[in-house]
Design a protein. Structure first.
Length: 97
């Protein structure tokens, strides 16, 4: 999902749920609040966020966080090589394999 380049950082947390023989994962994405709509659209376009008879199921939590963009990164906010602090959002979405 290279379209998620807007993210400051993203982590795939393996959470195995054997339901209808499908493996389910929770995807956590940390990003500036200004990028939520673009990220939501990408997630929906690849079928993430389907829960039962609902789609587009995405949770957003406002947080404060630290991050350091390393060599090769293209930070949306903050300075490369420095530990940055600021307001951001955590986007949680379920994905199936």
């Amino acid at each position: 999902m290279q379209e998620l380049r807007y993210c400051v950082a993203h982590t795939l947390i393996g959470r195995y749920v054997f339901w209808e023989k499908m493996m389910e994962f929770k995807l956590e994405i940390y990003a500036p609040e200004t990028e939520v709509v673009a990220i939501r659209d990408v997630l929906n376009s690849v079928g993430a966020g389907v829960v039962g008879d609902y789609d587009s199921v995405i949770s957003i939590v406002k947080i404060s966080g630290f991050w350091r963009p390393t060599e090769g990164s293209e930070p949306v906010t903050g300075k490369k090589g420095e530990i940055n602090f600021g307001e951001e959002v955590r986007i949680d979405v379920r994905c199936q394999e």
